[in-house]
Design a protein. Structure first.
Length: 390
């Protein structure tokens, strides 16, 4: 597949058959099809999707000066459109259409691709909703012709519960939760908070962190003036100053107890077969003197759901660090993986995003969970498995 794919008559027919199969599964569960505009206000993605998606979004400005983008994902526009139309809850919505993402450093990967998905909005029974979406994901990829795949699970609430149970200054908790899935950055953050890194920069930040925000902000603004027109890495000047003020406050605050930092690192190192990972997390929680029974019971229930769907437990893994690359996820997350002719490929993914609806304008919390399926990847994996069997 090329970065700018063209579709032959045969390819179109294959895609249409897959589309019918995927949407047929959704329709059987009373999911109503939606089709949001391809052009979307850029703001709703750039503010809520996370850095990974921000740097891969195609943006443009219309003649009136409005900043727009080609939709890099369909979950946000589906939810926003439903809210704008004053749709009722609970709601079951589905879609199949093109999404667009720039692929830096990987010119062979397509910049446009077909994505199918389902969004379950407003169901308050969390386990019922999660079971429904997991079932939809499994049934849909099977209906499209793919039978051999693995499942990867994660749960942001596990790390969140662990952090809340430990003696950690409140101002650090949200930062730890927000960045735990960012490999490299999180380790550097943990080192700073526990005092392992004391560079001259850290000493300067610690000094500035003793100032009030009204005093520190002009100092950092002056630093930005000295930098001049240096590249800002896709972030605004104000965002960088806000980040520096956060880091200065961290540097000046009390240090994180080393055993707490070690416990957090141990938790995030847990990965592997799901049943074994759950046992390891339970043992770690016990040694730390905290309880994770509620989120661990929920994860055990998800494993039971997958087993009831005919998924071999040996095909299910768990990673404590796994949070996907969308910042709007809030709890349970999952991905389905298979192999095409070139190797392992993610074919579907989803999870809970319980705060997104409020961010998009809902007047009260709306529990939400969904799944997105990469149609062409499913077809490629199914074709590779068919050849392997012959």
């Amino acid at each position: 597949m090329t970065a700018f794919p063209t579709y032959s008559e045969k390819r179109i027919a294959t895609l249409e058959a897959a589309e019918a199969a995927l949407l047929g599964v959704f329709a059987a569960r009373n999911y109503a099809r939606q089709e949001p505009s391809v052009l979307q206000p850029a703001e709703i993605f750039l503010d809520r999707s996370g850095e990974e998606i921000r740097r891969r979004t195609f943006t443009l400005t219309d003649p009136a000066g409005n900043e727009l983008c080609l939709r890099p994902d369909l979950t946000i526009p589906i939810c926003k459109t439903w809210l704008d139309a004053k749709g009722k809850f609970p709601a079951r919505l589905c879609y199949h259409g093109l999404a667009f993402r720039f692929q830096p450093g990987e010119p062979e990967r397509p910049t446009q691709f077909y994505q199918a998905g389902a969004e379950l909005l407003g169901v308050t029974d969390r386990m019922t909703a999660e079971t429904e979406i997991l079932s939809l994901a499994i049934e849909a990829v099977r209906a499209a012709g793919l039978t051999d795949f693995t499942v990867k699970l994660g749960d942001l609430s596990l790390f969140s519960s662990f952090v809340d149970a430990l003696d950690i200054p409140p101002q650090w908790r949200m930062r730890l939760k927000r960045h735990f899935w960012r490999s490299g950055y999180f380790e550097a953050l943990l080192d700073r908070l526990s005092g392992k890194t004391t560079t001259s920069t850290q000493k300067l930040l610690a000094h500035l962190g003793t100032l009030s925000e009204s005093e520190a902000r002009p100092a950092f603004e002056g630093l930005m003036d000295m930098i001049g027109k240096a590249p800002l890495g896709g972030r605004s000047r104000e965002e960088i100053v806000d980040r520096l003020i956060e880091q200065a406050a961290d540097a000046a605050a009390l240090k994180l107890d080393p055993w707490i930092a070690n416990a957090l690192a141990k938790l995030l190192s847990i990965s592997g077969p799901a049943t074994q990972a759950i046992d390891k997390m339970r043992a770690l929680a016990k040694s730390a003197g905290v309880s994770l029974e509620t989120p661990l019971k929920a994860m055990t229930a998800r494993l039971a759901t997958l087993k009831s769907l005919g998924v071999d437990p040996r095909q299910v893994s768990f990673a404590a660090r796994f949070g996907r690359n969308m910042e709007y996820y809030t709890g349970f997350v999952f991905e389905l993986w298979a192999r095409d002719a070139e190797g392992a490929v993610q074919i579907a993914g989803g999870g809970r995003y319980d705060s997104l609806m409020e961010q998009l304008g809902a007047k009260k919390p709306v529990p939400a969970i969904g799944v997105a399926i990469r149609t062409e990847r499913v077809l490629a994996a199914a074709a590779a498995q068919g050849k392997a069997k012959r």
